[in-house]
Write a protein that binds this ligand. Structure first.
Ligand code: ADP
Ligand code: NA
Length: 335
């Protein structure tokens, strides 16, 4: 079993990114059986399909790498790298562009969504990036790829490309590519803003008090939880009692997600108590869980050499795994 998964580099990381995305990767790695392997990459090549600022992309890529390592991605067990440091991704994409059909790409709903009304002004990369995604996984003979609802269509495309390429250019007993199977990741947590409980916690919120950042120190986290919007009522003893109380629901949901308990269990413990009791407990849990992560995260961001070394080693491993498949793809095409 080999799982390949990419994550968009994003900077200014917060509790929502951790609980909604990064922690799931760590869990996937930790649940791998003996002999199975995860390859995790920062999808920096994908990022150029949309307008972007180069310095910000570089910073976001490093931040995401630091966060992944700080949160528990172990470079001794998993292969962690930036896509741009493994040229085989771009090379294979070009080779697969010969197999992907215009009609297939035209049916990708993400292109329609992301290009919006300005189809003519969209980059060609936005149109062909599903082919890069296919290259990302086919390059490593991935057996499984975690896909959310919005990525199912792209994995189908990767499977179609693999099948057509094998049909057209490989003999039946020596296919060049494996058709990867989807794994549906566990439903990701959705963490809301501390300001109102109804908007998503996001780096785009102008108020820093609306989110817990991975770069915050413990005192700041405690202060933010203390100031988080709540109401004057006690917590209910069951989840129905949270209806119509988005701020209370959000704080309970954060507690439950961090503690890996159900909201009902949290309410069984804290129901009847006011926020004067619940917030300090939540603050303690947030600090206890995030402190080791934020410490390591800040250390790594201040030690570029260490971080670069981790990524360089991952890229070298990735290039080695990719080598034979890329060579076979060239050969089959008569190149
Ligand atoms: P932001 O909203 O801060 O700009 P991104 O859009 O860059 O975050 O998201 C990066 C990853 O983190 C994505 O996988 C996204 O689903 C996840 N994520 C972002 N915000 C949240 C949130 N509030 N709750 C859960 N997951 C989130
Ligand atoms: Na966003």
């Amino acid at each position: 079993m080999r799982i390949v998964s990419g994550i968009q580099p994003t900077g200014s990381l917060h509790l929502g990114n951790y609980l909604g995305a990064i922690r799931n990767w760590v869990r996937m790695q930790d649940s791998m059986e003996e002999g199975a392997q995860c390859l995790f990459f920062l999808a920096d090549l994908h990022a150029i399909s949309m307008p972007h600022v180069p310095a910000e992309l570089r910073r976001a890529t490093l931040e995401m790498a630091a966060a992944l390592v700080a949160c528990g991605i172990d470079a001794d067990r998993s292969v962690l790298f930036n896509q741009a440091q493994v040229p085989a991704h771009s090379e294979l994409q070009w080779l697969l562009n010969g197999t992907a059909r215009m009609g297939w790409l035209s049916r990708m709903t993400q292109f329609k969504d992301k290009s919006g009304k300005n189809r003519e002004g969209a980059s060609a990369a936005l149109f062909t990036y599903p082919v890069l995604q296919a290259a990302d996984v086919l390059l490593y003979q991935a057996t499984h790829v975690p896909v959310g609802e919005d990525q199912k269509q792209h994995l189908e495309l990767a499977r179609d490309i693999a099948q057509k390429f094998n049909n057209d250019f490989a003999s039946e007993d020596a296919p060049v590519f494996i058709q990867p199977e989807p794994i549906i990741p566990p439903q990701a947590a959705r963490i809301m803003s501390l300001r109102d409980g109804t908007a998503k916690m996001s780096k785009s919120d102008p108020s820093d008090m609306s989110r817990i950042n991975l770069s915050d120190d413990a005192d700041t986290m405690v202060k933010k939880i203390k100031k988080a919007k709540s109401d004057a009522d006690a917590l209910p003893s069951d989840t129905e009692g949270l209806d119509g109380r988005p701020e209370a629901l959000n704080l309970v949901a954060i507690f439950a997600t961090l503690a890996d308990r159900s909201q009902a269990e949290v309410l069984a413990e804290y129901g009847g108590q006011g926020f004067g009791v619940f917030k300090p407990a939540l603050a303690e849990l947030v600090v206890e869980t995030l402190s080791p992560i934020t410490t390591r995260f800040n250390e790594l961001l201040n030690d570029r050499e260490a971080l670069d070394a981790i990524l360089a080693r991952g890229a070298a491993q990735a290039r080695e795994i990719a080598g034979p498949t890329l060579a076979a793809a060239y050969r089959s095409l008569g190149l």
